[in-house]
Design a protein around this ligand. Structure first.
Ligand code: BDP
Length: 586
């Protein structure tokens, strides 16, 4: 799943723009031949969620069609041509010139199909993509569950607290590659004193044996090596003497270029290591704090669609508060976002969309587990070479019907046993695919203790002073401190608070600082950071949330917005942003 690129051997045509669009609530489109063109189309932006582009589509989550016609350059003849979708939420089917090419399930990861044999070289080609985002218990994340563990009804009926934006969210790209092309590259780095060691595996699309060449370049340093492919596979290890290591403070990137008989591929790589020791996370052997946010891909009108100016602005705002880290809560973010993280020096906890997993119905559990494993495979394939990604997160707040079970009750509770088995399997899969990074999942208060056993870092989402002891900050902070100490005593693993926050209506002030005021949020965050500052085992504090974001409608969400942002949805700072600056930026 290499990111497509343009070079002298490869071509790329980005089909982002305004496409034809039509909803298909009765699912008759294919029968009516919509794969060849729409009859009553309106305009839609790609990438972008459809929900905020038209008022009437806000709550529409059924099937919809996207169509675009394009020439394919003559110069691509003789090459293999692929159609790649950065992400489509949730289930997508691709058609080229009326023929069904393939489908993909899962809303936040890229997929590509070879379309070489479908191409018309003399005329325009019709690309049609149908996308559907129904909420179902078997999907990840799940919706329309009939076991509502969440106490407040919501519309749409998600199990998660963000709006289920739908559509083609990332670019649709046509790209061409040589007949035998570089299909995959894996780079693993180690540090030996002042030297950087890179272990690289390159896989070709065919099991051929040939010679290739590889180069690492950065500043005045160039290191080269020969590649000997045997049955399409080559492995090589290189040492960069006196290397510049990648870190959040100095995000130095080398350019790795791979050359084979027919193909070229270039990749930016950072040399760094990540490990845990006692209560600390070590980046390049040195303790590091992962301070920042839980976030969302979310903005006015574009929904969850890739929004490049917003990405750049968000990184600037995060840096302005002194943050060096965030979690891709609650699903993989765009590839462009990950590239920016490498470049800007952010430490990423990379999460699959397993939000609020429940362990009730065996059939649903089995389907969901397959989807979780698929998403782990796809995510690691996509993000394994990003130095910014330091930790994989296999779930957010998996839950059982009864929280806070005593240790002995938990032993026999069927949901606890199933949940442990489920999470253990996910973490095992991650370690098989990538033994070099850390693994975790985000716990909520009352999570069965045993589930945390295989985590490298204990990630805690806690709302002392908001959902619990709201308005009683002094008491809340005492409880927080007690709980943190107890978790540390149990596990002796580093702890990151991956969520803590308070809904805050921007512009609402109070003296005294009651809940929902900017003053309350500011004091809430200050209090949490002060508790954390006294604890050596705290390896990071990630505020929920970076910015206000669209959620589902419920009595919990004024205007359908979760207002725990330190910035508003339009990106103006609340008072709390200045508190974070005091702690992190000075
Ligand atoms: C946490 C969830 C997060 C919610 C948050 C909240 O992980 O997705 O948005 O609560 O309630 O439990 O604001």
């Amino acid at each position: 799943m290499l990111y497509p690129q343009q070079n002298i051997f490869r071509n790329k045509l980005d089909l982002s723009g305004v496409w034809d669009f039509q909803v298909d609530p009765d699912q008759m489109g294919e029968q009516k031949g919509w794969q060849n063109g729409l009859v009553d189309a309106r305009s839609i932006a790609v990438p972008g969620s459809w929900n905020e582009q038209y008022e009437g589509l806000y709550n529409y989550l059924g099937l919809a069609w996207y169509v675009k016609s394009t020439y394919i350059p003559q110069g691509w003849r003789g090459q293999r041509v692929f159609l790649r979708v950065g992400s489509a939420c949730y289930f997508a089917t691709v058609y080229v010139n009326g023929n069904k090419i393939g489908s993909h399930e899962g809303g936040h990861l890229p997929f590509a199909f070879e379309i070489t044999d479908q191409i018309r070289w003399e005329t325009e080609n019709v690309i049609a993509i149908s996308v559907e985002n129904e909420l179902k218990p078997t999907r990840v994340p799940s919706g329309n569950m009939n076991t509502p563990l969440l106490p407040v009804a919501s519309f749409p009926h998600t199990t998660y607290d963000f709006f289920p934006f739908a559509g083609i969210h990332r670019p649709v790209v046509l790209y061409s590659v040589p007949q035998t092309y570089i299909e995959d590259v894996t780079v693993v780095t180690e540090i030996d004193g002042a030297d950087g060691i890179l272990k690289m595996t390159v896989r070709l699309s065919a099991a051929v044996s040939e010679q290739g060449f590889l180069q690492i370049k950065g500043g005045d340093t160039t290191v080269t090596a020969k590649l000997a492919f045997l049955d399409g596979l080559a492995e090589v290890q290189l040492t960069v003497a006196n290397a510049k290591f990648w870190s959040d403070k100095t995000p130095y990137l080398y350019v790795l270029t791979i050359q084979t008989e027919q193909d070229h591929y270039a990749l930016k790589v950072g040399i760094r290591t990540i490990a845990v020791q006692g209560g600390q996370i070590l980046l390049n052997g040195q303790p590091v704090q992962m301070n920042g946010y839980g976030r969302h891909e979310d903005f006015i009108a574009s929904g969850k669609g890739l929004n490049l100016p917003l990405l750049v602005k968000d990184y600037q705002l995060m840096r302005w508060t002194g943050a060096n880290s965030y979690r891709t809560s609650h699903y993989p973010y765009s590839e462009e976002e990950m590239q920016l993280a490498d470049r800007e020096g952010f430490l990423i906890i990379d999460e699959i969309p397993a939000v609020s997993l429940q362990f009730e119905d065996d059939e649903n559990i089995a389907v969901r587990q397959r989807m979780c494993l698929q998403q782990i495979d796809e995510l690691i394939a996509r993000d394994k070479n990003h130095p910014s990604v330091v930790m994989w997160c296999v779930a957010n707040e998996p839950m059982t019907p009864r929280l806070n079970l005593t240790a002995s009750d938990a032993l026999n509770d069927p949901a606890v046993v199933k949940g442990k088995d489920f999470l253990d399997k996910l973490m095992r899969r991650v370690r098989e695919l990538d033994p070099t990074r850390l693994v975790t999942f985000a716990t909520l208060g009352g999570t069965p203790t045993s589930w945390v056993e295989h985590c490298d870092v204990v990630c805690m989402n806690r709302y002392w002073g908001w959902y619990i002891l709201g308005g009683e900050l002094d008491k809340a902070l005492v409880s927080l401190e007690q709980e943190l100490d107890a978790v540390w005593e149990t596990w002796h693993k580093p702890i990151i608070m991956t969520e803590f926050g308070a809904d805050t209506l921007a512009g609402m002030h109070g003296h005294p600082n009651v809940m929902w005021t900017e003053e309350y949020q500011a004091e809430y965050i200050r209090g949490h950071l002060m508790v954390a500052a006294q604890k050596d085992y705290i390896a990071g504090m990630q505020v929920w949330n970076f910015a206000d974001f669209a959620s589902v409608q419920s009595i919990m969400r004024v205007g359908g917005i979760n207002m725990k942002g330190v910035f508003t949805r339009g990106r103006t700072p609340k008072m709390a942003a200045h508190v974070l600056r005091e702690f992190w930026a000075k």
